[in-house]
Write a protein that binds this ligand. Sequence first.
Ligand code: SF4
Length: 496
Amino acid sequence: MVEPTLPRHPFDPAFTGDDDDKLHEECGVFGVIGVADAANFVALGLHALQHRGQEAGGIVTHHPDHGFTSARRIGLVRDNFTTASVMETLPGEIGIGHVRYSTAGAKGATQIRDVQPFFGEFAMGGAAIAHNGNIVNADELRRELIEHGSIFQSSSDTECIIHLMARSLQKTIPERMKDGLRRVEGAFSIVAMTRTKLIGCRDALGVRPLVIGRVGDGYALSSETCALDIIGADYVREVAPGEMVVITDEGIESFQPFAPKKPRFCIFEHVYFSRPDSIIGGQSIYETRRQIGVELALEAPVEADLVCPVPDSGTPAAIGYSQQSGIPYAMGIIRNQYMGRTFIEPTESIRNMGVRLKLNVNRALIRGKRVILVDDSVVRGTTSRKIKEMILDAGAAEVHFRIASPPTAWPCFYGVDTPQREKLLAATMSEDEMREHLGVDSLKFISLDGLYRAVGEAKGRDPSQPAFCDACFSGDYPVAPTDQLKKGFQLLAAAE
Ligand code: SF4
């Protein structure tokens, strides 16, 4: 059987090439219990989390009369989970869902068998599971499980958890999940469900986010608070690093299945992945990003006429830079809000338009000006070069890049799609070489200490005990990437 894959189109970011130049969060997870028509809540929650994965999504619900039902689709939530014909197939007062950005195989080659939530039927009943993160010993686990008779149906690392649960001798699904997750290394924020329980769990370092909300008489679990807002849920608290919560009609039970560790939340969630209207660790993401701009202006001042964000992710940092420096903020680049698949044929001439399909320069504003462009990160540098060309074509007198993250010199193995190390500009070039390569008048990244200050660590980064995961900037991996090391990946000490 040929499985459906996402159609390629010239307006797809992957087609225009600029999608390759951003890091991508691979997943968002959401679940509810104790609400009528749970699937509608899950669909809304996933829609609010769409920035965490656009290639595919799925919803599983349970109804006492109909049992477990699921719908898994390639494409966006709004295109798949809005019609009555689909939503009526997902009855029940408990449900979970998942949005996904694929990393296995070619970009855009998501196969329906890899779309979560995954489902397992156990002696004590069924369970569905959705996972945000990445299991760094998945190859090893998969080999072992297959040798012991497990038959995998997907290429996803998440399926290992289902098979580990199947092999556990524990009597309940939450206990089996604890058992299975103790074998798993890496980053995970999990939302799972049985017929009567909504389960949330984070790895001991709490690398990826997961929050609890209260909706009517029920509860919700979500990757981010912005998805609680869309369903009118009140924020309750975060699932703590290393915590498992089991939510029923009776309320929330909390367990600590793993040996405690000092948390290392992903600092890049603050810089880029999470939506600016989300709250993490009690902090507004928007405010943190604005503060990053303030730090950047203090660390890397330059004389200029305008501060312009690279939309949309550079906007709060550009506002902070402008406020601190006193240089006027302006929208020098306008984003086409209506990017999407249209009727235009994928011709070579359209392909060559590249980033211009998505971004356009506000010429009247830019002409003759010294422009500071604020962006969230530089990955391969391809988009930065194109944007610089567009700004110079529009008659800018000078172009200065200010980047709201330190140089991204290392790949992420904890649930973010990153190019191989040699494809990362900062892995092969110094800051000066990057400036020359991009052809800009100046290029400055925020320092790691400056970034830590912006997220609330007044003393900057404590190298002996960093408060966050920052491996993509520092090469300091809080969990050894087991499978990658076996494939020859070299850690910082070995690479130097
Ligand atoms: S390596 Fe970077 S992107 Fe990955 S979890 Fe750590 S900080 Fe986040």
